[in-house]
Design a protein around this ligand. Structure first.
Ligand code: MG
Length: 234
């Protein structure tokens, strides 16, 4: 069953059935960004690459290697070597693993239920390289995700803001860009969704101003996942 779907107020107005909703994970399904921002900024700073938590939010979605190079260029005037990247990433992961496990994002379950109600496929599109991702999703959101409808860091060559992850999500779902909706929280993720030609809802679950998400090309910016559920049901 597919329900008509109409959204107003943005570019790329959708006026048809939504056959797939492509969900980002960190900052959308899990309230994990405070942990990532803390771990990134502290690990980088240990290596002399002073990074604020805000900058970590701005770079969310980029590969670890890409993020490290941005800081290395600024402070060292060159890209980091593979060995440096491995050491920094290991420090980031070690710090991250000392932090309490991120909780499911408020309203996310409701948004997943709304996607299911309108008959849309639920697709995960994440830059995460977490090995236990499927178990983690199944634990907190049982029955919503299928392995064949997931795009992770292991599937793509280029991370967000490149459209590749979202294009692959469309392919896995077997739908066209104009039959899908992206749900993102991060500026680079929004850019990726738009670059793939997909209507992109930005759920602003973090500390960045709405303007940043609008400037990244979001078709609509909402305050959180409850509002995403409302949009999908309207
Ligand atoms: Mg995110």
């Amino acid at each position: 069953m597919m329900a008509p779907f109409r959204l107003s107020g943005g570019r790329g107005l959708l006026d048809g059935a939504v056959r797939a909703v492509l969900f980002d994970m960190d900052g959308v399904l899990f309230d994990s960004m405070p942990n990532h921002a803390y771990a990134w900024s502290h690990a980088m700073t240990q290596f002399g690459l002073a990074m604020t938590a805000e900058e970590a939010y701005m770079n969310e979605g980029r590969t670890g290697s890409g993020t490290i190079d941005i800081l290395a260029q600024r402070f060292w005037g060159r890209n980091a070597t593979e060995e440096e990247k491995q050491r920094i990433y290991a420090a980031k992961s070690a710090l991250f693993n000392t932090l309490p496990e991120a909780k499911p994002m408020q309203g996310a379950r409701e948004a997943l239920e709304a996607a299911r109600e309108i008959g849309a496929k639920i697709v995960l599109v994440t830059g995460s390289a977490q090995l236990s991702l499927i178990e983690h999703l199944e634990l907190h959101y049982p029955g919503f995700f299928r392995k064949e409808l997931m795009v992770t860091a292991f599937d793509v060559k280029r991370g967000k803001p490149n459209p590749e992850p979202y294009l692959m999500g469309l392919e896995k779902a077997g739908v066209r860009a104009d039959e899908a909706v992206v749900v993102e929280n991060a500026p680079l993720g929004v850019e990726a969704g738009r670059a793939a030609g997909i209507f992109t809802i930005a759920a602003n679950t973090g500390p960045l101003p709405d303007e940043v998400l609008k400037e990244s090309g979001a078709d609509i910016v909402v305050a959180g996942m409850h509002e995403v559920a409302q949009l999908l049901r309207q």
